[in-house]
Design a binder for this molecule. Structure first.
Ligand code: STR
Length: 417
């Protein structure tokens, strides 16, 4: 690996090293919080970056135009210290899309996608979500019959987001297993880099073909809509549509799995709160928002780069340095959520003002869709299996070795009578 530890011109305390195997996310979040609002971290591969762990500072930085997504602003990239051989490169260098550009170009790339999945428009997806949830609950009942433990993640939480985002974007359902396999390899920290680069290549070919096909034969989907010429303004190029499509499928598939899994885990671990929810005294909305805050599906979002020196409460992010947004730690900010911020509590005043969907121009355009999925899936699951419980002790649950995602390897449950 040609990625030596980044030497800052300023004397800097040792960075907090993120465990590539994610063996103790909560311990890491505590250490990050203790280190202060802006601190150095070391990512896998020995690459250091700044990270922000304060809610208030993150909000400021996420609306600061001097912090941009363009990888060419990154000193470590420009000087060849980070290359395509770096295991996390796919999180940053993912092609031109609304995820990687800023300013006026960003507004142009994002507008139509975001408008198609606003809180209002997303209601159009409700029937698909409801049908899919009903079908997956049957599958779950079958797998978990006769008191057998069943992996709620694999059988229930994983298929739902893929079905929903695919229907929205026009991805052929026959491709779900393949896409799922590719994303597993893409995200896993254990995938050798040459293999990951091959996976990225395969995803690129897949989505390029799909865009070319939709251009020829438009369907009733968002990919076709993005390709259609605008009334005013310039339409998106095929490359731009491909970038947005890739971003939507990856994001829609990966993050919502964890939202559902983490919510079920949290409720199973907090029976008194679960009872309040199951009795209807606390809303499912509160469960979803509190899960987003307390156990954010995205622990660390990579990356933004300073186009100028940016001062944050006495510390300076130098021009060319990278900034990670550590949402899991931000959700545990006592200044924002109170002294018990590290505790799951669905009775906190709602709406809980977390920023786990981001903040500023890049705020998650799929937030309403994720919320819709979780708010249909969770009540339906607990209505069908009111006695559902974990099949292993909570301490036995393991995260996948993925630094940027808070994803359990599995969630074994017993469905109960
Ligand atoms: C994965 C690879 C790809 O082809 C395109 C993208 C762009 C969107 C990214 C996605 C990535 C990784 C997961 C992200 C998603 C946006 C939201 C999601 C970062 C790099 C989160 O985990 C929050």
């Amino acid at each position: 690996m040609s990625c030596p530890v980044h030497h800052d011109p300023d004397p800097v305390v040792d960075p907090i090293v993120l465990d590539p195997l994610v063996r103790d996310l909560r311990g890491e979040t505590r250490r990050l919080r203790d280190a202060g609002p802006l601190t150095h971290i070391e990512l896998p591969g020995g690459v250091t970056a700044w990270t922000v762990t304060s809610h208030a500072e993150a909000r400021r930085l996420l609306t600061d135009p001097r912090l941009v997504k363009d990888i060419n602003q990154w000193e470590l990239w420009r000087t060849g210290k980070v290359t395509r051989q770096w295991p996390l490169i796919g999180m940053i260098d993912s092609g031109r899309s609304m995820f990687t550009v800023d300013g006026a170009e960003h507004r142009r790339l994002r507008a139509k996608t975001a408008q198609a999945i606003t809180a209002r428009r997303v209601e159009e997806q409700r029937p698909v979500v409801e049908e899919t949830v009903a079908r997956l609950l049957d599958a779950l009942a079958e797998e978990g019959a006769d008191g057998r433990p069943v992996d709620l993640k694999a059988v229930f939480a994983q298929p739902l987001p893929m079905v929903v985002v695919s229907r929205l974007m026009g991805v052929d359902p026959a491709e779900h297993p393949r896409l799922h396999r590719l994303y597993e390899a893409f995200f896993s920290g254990l995938t050798p880099q040459d293999e990951r680069l091959a996976v990225i290549g395969e995803l690129d070919v897949f989505f390029a073909r799909m865009v070319a096909e939709k251009k020829e034969h438009p369907g009733d989907d968002l990919t076709s809509a993005l390709l259609a010429a605008e009334d005013g303004g310039e339409p998106l190029t095929e490359e731009e549509v491909e970038g947005n499509l890739k971003a939507m499928v990856a994001a829609g598939h990966e993050t919502t799995i964890s939202l559902i899994v983490n919510a079920v885990r949290a409720l199973c671990g907090n029976p008194e709160q679960r009872e309040l929810v199951q009795r209807g005294e606390v809303s499912w909305e509160a469960v979803v928002e509190e899960t987003m805050r307390w156990d954010s599906p995205t622990p660390h979002l990579l990356m933004r780069f300073a186009t100028e020196d940016v001062e944050v409460g006495g510390t300076v992010i130098r021009r060319g340095e990278g900034l990670v947004i550590s949402y899991h730690a931000i959700g545990w900010d006592e200044a924002q959520h109170g002294a018990d911020a590290d505790r799951f509590d669905v009775t906190r005043p709602t709406p809980i003002r977390h920023i786990s969907f981001g903040h500023g121009p890049h705020i998650c355009p799929g937030a309403a869709l994720a919320r819709l999925e979780a708010r249909i899936a969770l009540p339906a699951l607990f209505a069908r299996f009111p006695a559902l419980e974990l099949a292993v002790a909570d301490e036995e649950l393991r995260n996948l070795p993925i630094v940027t995602q808070n994803e359990l390897a599995a969630l074994p449950v017993l469905l109960g009578a």
